[in-house]
Design a protein around this ligand. Structure first.
Ligand code: PEP
Ligand code: MG
Length: 902
């Protein structure tokens, strides 16, 4: 056999042959079982069938050649190790058949326990268990139930109904009250159910049971729920699952047996200590099914001190070995402890930081590794406000945390009512079964969104995330009655106007108003919590890891800010300049009137007068920002959106004019305005008269802005502030556009700067695909590029950035056309390619060209890694994203072997 295996492809590995680094081949569970076996921990013997065997089976529909023989050989050695044979009528070896993919997919795939039991071996099992008939028949009925459901698609409820019938006949609700005879009867009932649905008897041949169970686990990789889960979690579809065949050990053999889970640290807070649950006289699935209540793991010390002490020493050993929080499943069979599973445990965002910090203190990992172990998404989560929960608040339902944050408000069931109440200043929570595009206004008006259906990529979830609004989706315990304007949950009825609170991070729903607590991490970033002087493990860990990230990163982090207040906050958050100051909001409010005058000007003199009135206002705006950013670069972008956006909407204006005319009022001004709006109306304003085009068409507009920026800088410098203005031209597609604007700007700058020493850079956004493709030419006229990846994504895909995410992206996500909106995370292959081309060609033409990005992607963790790889100088993002970008830029540098070469 051994000789044959060397020439055949190896599909089966004994636990002793694997290790934790073979997750691709052996899956997470198999690789870790192998690791524990090799550490000398008591793992029940067994073997793992590789993911390759699964992939071969799934692609051809039959087991690959050689697999059956290899299973046979490993089964034989398992039988030798255990001193029993599979299904032996006298003393049967029983095995579990468990799935185990590279990435944990909890509950998504299949497991069959007690394989090897049949009408004869059930008697042997009872004898071996000390004449424990009850245990043997209970094990047999579990096998038929799991095997029927998993392997032969028998509807699970039928078995559950039969179990309920048996309990009812006995007058009990507790499984444990069923005796051996009841369970024997249940086995007969189960067999009938099995035969009715499959047209055959329950297979009595142990090896056939094993082969069919293995096949079912292979096939469960492609079960609908597994496919959906992978899509949601962005797990590749072609990995396949491994199958673990493990000798059964039993936690249900009496009071000296049991089963439990343990964590080496608290996965919620990261605190050191003993965390876990234990259930005596039970098997693992009883814990999952919640049949009886578990007790805290500490109680095991009283029940079985030897096993408890042993478990603690194994936990310490595992943590030391994996250098991380481990979670563990174990079973005690008649006083003997068995380790059934371990893995690096999932944890909350706070625990991730705290544990990484602790492990550095303990000398188990270094700071680079600590940085690698946390991420920007976790940091972002820690920056949301949280509910201040004490015991008086119990959740009434739990759905999916679809968009993080904490929100309380009055319940409304329709979009219209949400808008109405919000207009009255109320906080509202929009509750729907699921949302659709018609709910958009309501979603905008609401503080939070709660749906009873739909997952992380449902319409509600996608749109809420896009808006940064708290959302809980798929809270299926709540029953929504939209016409009745009520929902019921746990027997209570909630009416329109009642207050609920939803936690978009945990997915929990509370009745009443839960107080909201600000984030300590934000307080730290804002400078109001000093990490050196407070006893807060989270803040200290965040401080330490952020400091390390800052030391490592090569990318600078700037912010997108258009007001002094935003600039100041971003600076406290660590921004090293402004990468995008959008000037358009400076044309709103009481300045609209000046914009109207500019648009309606009938002569050069009228236009110049309007511009002259705007100039000092703009200058004051820039002075404020330069002062906040003293010593740091500030990129000011010349006005971008179409001017008619600053005028009233066409319909409203037309109605106003008609009504006023009817009344015989003087409407000359409104008529002129209406004519201008009509004249400027565009079918596709996003592709119309905006950005540099506006500057070329409206004489004096850009000149006024350039003058205001330069005068502000000179004023600041004369007052002792170091102003470093960078003027950025939007929407450039051809170098000639930029050259024209630049020629005019340079004249003004030269005139204004005088001997002040102010230096003004002139650069451009790269946000039109043509600009990216002709970057070599454009760089001749630009001192810097800033990638506007919002428009670049819009124009590369032809997706309207204002419409598509709410309109149909949920379908694209469902179909897997992309795993995440390209407006949220950079599309590396398409838009990213344009960025790469422009960066390379721009730098080739002008080596000192400064490169940055100021689209939304500048604050997206994955995109930050991409911009690091492409070699940009900085990313720029909204103030709240600055810490996230700093952290991710540090991680990118560490992961690509970079150093503090900034
Ligand atoms: C962009 O297009 O990416 C950009 C930053 O500009 P705006 O979002 O203002 O169009
Ligand atoms: Mg843009």
């Amino acid at each position: 056999m051994a000789a044959q295996e060397t020439v055949e492809h190896k599909y089966v590995y004994d636990f002793a042959e694997g290790n934790k680094d073979l997750k691709d081949l052996l899956g997470g569970k198999g690789a870790n079982l192998a690791e524990m076996t090799n550490l000398g921990l008591p793992v029940p013997p067994g073997f793992t069938i590789t993911t390759e065997a699964c992939k071969a089976y799934l692609s051809t529909g039959s087991e690959p050649e050689g697999l059956a023989g290899q299973i046979e050989a490993h089964l034989e050695s398992l039988e030798r190790a255990m001193g029993k044979r599979l299904g032996d009528p006298e003393d049967p070896l029983l095995v579990s058949v468990r799935s185990g993919a590279k990435f944990s997919m909890p509950g998504m795939m299949e497991t069959v326990l007690n394989v090897g039991l049949n009408d004869r071996s059930v008697v042997g099992l009872s004898a071996q268990a000390g004449r424990n008939d009850r245990f043997a028949w209970d094990s047999y009925r579990r096998l038929i139930q799991m095997f029927g459901k998993t392997v032969c698609d028998v509807p699970g409820e039928e078995f559950e109904h039969a179990l309920d019938d048996a309990k009812r006949a006995k007058g009990t609700e507790n499984d444990l009250d069923l005796d051996a005879d009841d369970l024997r009867g249940l086995v007969d009932a189960y067999k009938k159910i099995f035969a009715k649905h499959t047209g055959r008897e329950f297979p009595q041949e142990p090896r056939e049971q094993l082969d069919l169970a293995i096949r079912a686990v292979f096939e469960s990789w492609n079960a609908d729920r597994a496919v959906l889960y992978r899509r949601q979690e962005r797990i590749p579809a072609d990995l396949g699952t491994a199958v673990n065949v493990v000798a059964m050990v039993f936690g249900n053999l009496g009071p000296d047996s049991g089963t439990g889970v343990a964590f080496t640290r608290d996965p919620g807070s990261g605190a050191q200590g003993i965390y876990g649950d234990y259930l005596a006289n039970a098997q693992g699935e009883d814990v999952v099914a919640g049949i009886r209540n578990t007790v805290p793991l500490q109680e095991l010390e009283r029940m079985d001190k030897t096993s408890y002490d042993q478990l603690l020493s194994f936990m310490a050993r595992l943590e030391e070995h994996y250098k991380d929080l481990c979670d563990i499943e174990f079973t005690i069979e008649r006083g003997k402890l068995w380790m059934l599973q371990t893995r690096v445990g999932k944890r909350t965002a706070a625990a991730a930081f705290v544990i990484a910090g602790q492990l550095v203190d303990e000398g188990l990992i270094d700071l680079d590794e600590a940085l690698h172990r946390v991420n920007g998404a976790q940091l972002a989560q820690l920056m949301f406000p949280r509910f201040q929960l004490d015991h008086e608040f119990q959740p009434v339902a739990k759905g999916i945390g679809a968009s993080p944050g904490a929100a309380s408000g009055k319940v409304v069931f329709t979009s219209a009512r949400a808008v109405e109440l919000a207009a009255e200043g109320e906080s509202v929570i929009l509750v729907r079964r699921e949302t659709n595009p018609d709910d958009l206004n309501g979603m905008i008006a609401a503080k939070g969104i709660l749906t009873s259906r739909g997952g992380k990529t449902s319409h509600a979830a996608v749109v809420a995330r896009g808006m940064g609004k708290t959302c809980v989706s798929g809270a299926d315990e709540i029953d929504v009655n939209v016409p009745g304007r009520t929902f019921t949950v746990g027997g209570q009825t909630v009416r329109e106007g009642d207050v609920v609170s939803i936690d978009g991070t945990t997915g929990k729903v509370y009745l009443g108003e839960v107080p909201v607590m600000p984030s300590e991490v934000v307080q730290y970033f804002e400078g109001s919590l000093d990490p050196e002087h407070i006893d807060n493990a989270l803040v200290r860990a965040v401080h330490r890891i952020m400091t390390h990230a800052d030391g490592k990163r090569r990318l600078a982090v700037r912010t997108n800010a258009d007001t002094g207040a935003d600039a100041a906050r971003a600076r406290r958050f660590g921004a090293e300049g402004i990468g995008l100051c959008r000037t358009e909001h400076m044309f709103l409010g009481d300045r609209r009137e000046l914009v109207e005058r500019l648009i309606l000007a009938r002569s050069e003199a009228e236009r110049n007068a309007a511009l002259a009135a705007l100039l000092p206002l703009q200058r004051a705006d820039f002075v404020e920002i330069f002062r906040e950013m003293d010593g740091l670069p500030v990129t000011v972008r010349l006005i971008d959106p179409p001017l008619h956006e600053f005028l009233p909407p066409l319909e409203q204006l037309a109605v106003n004019v008609a009504v006023a005319q009817e009344r015989g009022e003087d409407v000359a001004k409104e008529e002129a305005l209406l004519a201008a709006v009509r004249r400027m109306h565009e079918e596709n304003p996003m592709l119309g008269l905006r950005g540099v085009r506006l500057g070329l068409v409206i004489p004096g507009l850009f000149a006024m802005q350039v003058r205001a920026i330069t005068e502000a800088a000179v004023e600041c410098v004369r007052g002792g502030t170091v102003a470093k203005p960078e003027i950025m031209v939007p929407l450039v597609g051809a170098v000639q556009e930029l050259e024209t604007v630049r020629a005019e700007a340079e004249k003004i700058i030269a005139e204004v700067v005088g001997d002040s020493g102010v230096e003004v850079l002139i650069g451009t956004m790269i946000e039109v695909p043509r600009a990216a493709l002709t970057a070599g030419q454009i760089a001749e006229a630009a001192q810097f590029f800033s990638f506007g990846t919002n428009d670049l994504t819009q124009m590369a895909w032809g997706f309207s950035r204002d419409d598509v995410e709410g309109a149909f992206f949920w379908r694209y996500l469902e179909l897997g056309i992309f795993g995440i909106s390209p407006f949220e995370s950079i599309d590396r292959d398409g838009v990213g390619r344009l960025v790469r081309i422009a960066a390379e060609e721009g730098r080739a033409a002008r080596p000192e060209l400064k490169l940055g990005v100021c689209g939304e992607h500048g604050g997206d963790p994955d995109s930050v890694h991409f911009f690091h790889e492409v070699g940009l100088d900085y990313v720029s993002c909204s103030p709240f994203r600055v810490p996230v970008a700093r952290l991710e830029a540090g991680r990118a540098a560490v992961e690509t072997g970079g150093s503090d070469s900034r």
